[in-house]
Structure formats: structure tokens, C-alpha cells
Ligand binder design. Structure first.
Ligand code: AQP
Length: 331
């Protein structure tokens, strides 16, 4: 079975963007691949996190994985910080990377823009991401297109290591899920929907109450026209709402266009809200049961031990190749 690795940062409450762009695909991938799904808490701290919120969000992301249908019998679910090999290989990768290539990362440039002080963690974060991937010799890393450059850096670092110290890392392929998976902000369709946005009206949180969802969708920005038509170049806002509708209902974009022909945005937005509520209500009910049962801790313990089994061997091998004097393994 091919191996898949991916993760989500516990940097806020997850959004419909995280669900459609990531978790929904994870649920499908677990049927055909050996999957490792992380809660990437070490990445989350590249921007300051309030400790109590980090703890709560970390458990919440794991519980949402389960509520969405990721099955711990099929996939390993774990916290990145529970597997020390991530931080360890992350450091080794940092020493292989060049300042120039990290400075070229557009995500760093975007996140650093206009700030007086920028954390060093944000700068070296792509080397930790490279370690995450290489620790599992992952074949596929499903990510959004904003992560493509980081995956290319991972490939470069893997090549560099293999050339310098001898063949060891598999060079992973970039795997971008199909188009339409990128969900944009409800108040500005030029930006992606983000859980760390300071404006709650810009995103639908997976745990938003039904009435909050209805209100956010009724206030979502559209345009001055009245045609429900998919046209990313000229009708970005409506196209984004149609993508959400399509992902939640299973209807194609053409079917949605036909359904609302000549009706304006009112009925479309009303039905969209109900589609989103119908998608999220069962997930929310399962989430509440999972949190109440206390099962998350056991799932994370099992997942970390499965991940550790793979990752600790890889980091040991990498250290050996680099010339570290290794402690003897137990007798
Ligand atoms: N708007 C989105 N549309 C589609 N996919 C999305 N993802 C995130 N936002 C959207 C996908 O979710 C996965 C995990 O993302 P992450 O939490 O590790 O970081 P991110 O991509 O930076 O997500 P956010 O919500 O924007 O987080 P913050 O605000 O903390 O930076 C990835 O697979 C991503 O593609």
C-alpha cells in the first residue's frame, strides 16, 4: 500500500475549508492507502499560541478527525509533538537548507509582510515540514497548492541528503487534490478561508451552531448581479459559494446552475445554508460524543506508537549516515 502523510495545525477552530480541502479527502484515502494523519502542533507554534488554547485545539482537531470518519483502525492519528523524531529530523534538515532557498518561500514572505518582528520558527518551518514527510517515506502528501513550494523544497533536501550521505530518503511526489478544493473567505474571495482569520464572519467553523452558519451565509459577499453561475474570473464570490454547495450536496456545478436559473441569490443562499448545516450537524453530534467519551487520549497514544515505530528508525538511520555516534540499542 502506498503511504500518505498529512496534517492540520491546531491554530484555531477548524473551518469548512479544512474539511473540504483536507479531512474529506483523508477519509477517502484511508480506504486505499496506509495513512498517517497528524495534528501538527509544532507547526502551530510558529506563530504565538495561548497555551490553554493550543491544548484545547489539539484535542479538538483529533476529535474532529474521528467525528469526520477517520478510523483509528485504518489510519494513525497522532500529535506531532508526541513523536520526538519530528523535532530531531527537523533540526537535521534545517542544517541542510540554505538561507536563500528559505527566503524564497512565498508563504514566509506573505506571513512576514509588514511585521516588525518575525519568529525564526516561521522562517525555518519548511524544514520541519520536510522532516514530517521524509520520516515516513511518504509516497503522497495531499496539500493545497499554497504548499507546493514547500514540497519542492522537501524534494531538494531529500536529494541533497542522498547525494551527500548516501541514498536513503524517498523523494516524494507532489500530489494536489482536484481543482475546486480551495475554499475562499466569505467576505473576501481573493483570500482563502482561514481558521486564524480575525474576522469570524469570513469562515464557517466546523463547530458553528446552525443559526450561526445560516447568518454567516446570508451575509456572505456576492456581487451586484443575480445569476447563479460558475465563473471564477468574473464571479469569484458566487463561484466559491457554488463550490461549497457542490461539495456539501454532491450536485455538480452545472446542476446547481440549472436549479437556480432565473431565481437570484436569495433562494440559492438559503438552500446552501441548509446543505452546510446538514453536512455539519451529524459531524458535530459525533464530535460531542467523542469528546465526552474521553477516547481521544487512547487514539492519540496508539497513533503515536504506530508513528514512532516508523519514524524512530528513519531518524536513527539518518543520524548514522551523517556520522553521529549512536547510543547502543537495548540488548
Ligand atoms: N480554505 C481552504 N480551502 C481548502 N483547503 C484548505 N486547507 C486550509 N484552508 C483551506 C487545507 O487544510 C489543511 C491544513 O491546513 P493547516 O491548518 O495546516 O494550515 P493552513 O493551510 O494555513 O490552514 P488555515 O486554516 O489557513 O490555518 P491558519 O489560519 O492557521 O494558517 C491543508 O491541507 C490545507 O490545504
Amino acid at each position: 500500500m502506498k503511504r500518505v502523510l498529512s496534517g492540520i495545525q491546531p491554530s484555531g477552530t477548524l473551518t469548512l475549508g479544512n474539511y473540504i480541502g483536507a479531512i474529506k479527502n483523508f477519509v477517502e484515502l484511508q480506504e486505499t492507502h496506509q495513512c498517517f494523519f497528524m495534528v501538527v502542533d509544532l507547526h502551530a507554534i510558529t506563530v504565538p499560541q495561548e497555551p490553554a488554547a493550543l491544548r484545547e485545539n489539539s484535542e479538538a482537531v483529533a476529535a474532529l478527525y474521528l467525528a469526520a470518519g477517520i478510523d483509528p483502525a485504518k489510519a494513525s492519528i497522532f500529535l506531532q509533538s508526541h513523536v520526538p523524531a519530528h523535532a530531531e529530523l527537523g533540526w537535521l534538515m534545517t542544517t541542510l537548507a540554505y538561507m536563500g532557498e528559505l527566503e524564497r518561500m512565498t508563504q514566509f514572505k506573505d506571513k512576514a509582510e509588514g511585521k516588525d518582528s518575525v519568529g525564526a520558527g516561521l522562517f525555518v518551518y519548511p524544514t520541519l515540514m520536510a522532516a514530517d514527510i521524509l520520516l515516513y517515506n511518504a509516497d503522497l502528501v495531499p496539500v493545497g497548492d499554497d504548499q507546493k513550494q514547500h514540497l519542492e523544497l522537501t524534494r531538494d533536501l531529500a536529494h541533497r541528503f542522498n547525494q551527500r550521505y548516501g541514498e536513503m530518503f524517498r523523494v516524494p511526489e507532489v500530489y494536489l487534490p482536484e481543482v475546486g478544493a480551495r475554499i475562499m473567505s466569505l467576505d473576501d474571495a481573493s483570500k482563502k478561508m482561514s481558521k486564524s482569520s480575525p474576522t469570524p464572519g469570513s469562515y464557517i467553523a466546523l463547530l458553528d451552531e446552525p443559526d450561526v452558519i445560516r447568518k454567516k451565509i446570508s451575509r456572505a459577499v456576492t456581487d451586484s448581479g443575480r445569476e447563479v453561475k460558475y465563473d471564477e474570473a468574473n464571479k469569484r464570490e458566487v463561484s466559491n459559494l457554488m463550490s461549497i454547495y457542490s461539495q456539501c450536496s454532491g450536485l455538480s456545478l452545472q446542476e446547481i446552475e440549472a436549479k437556480y436559473e432565473g431565481q437570484g441569490y436569495g433562494p440559492f443562499k438559503k438552500d446552501l445554508a441548509e446543505q452546510v448545516v446538514a453536512t455539519l450537524e451529524p459531524l458535530q453530534a459525533r464530535y460531542r460524543e467523542i469528546r465526552a467519551s474521553g477516547e481521544v487520549a487512547d487514539v492519540l497514544r496508539k497513533g503515536a506508537s504506530e508513528a514512532e515505530e516508523v519514524a524512530s528508525g528513519i531518524v536513527r538511520q539518518a543520524k548514522e549516515k551523517m556520522g553521529f555516534l549512536l547510543p547502543k540499542l537495548g540488548r
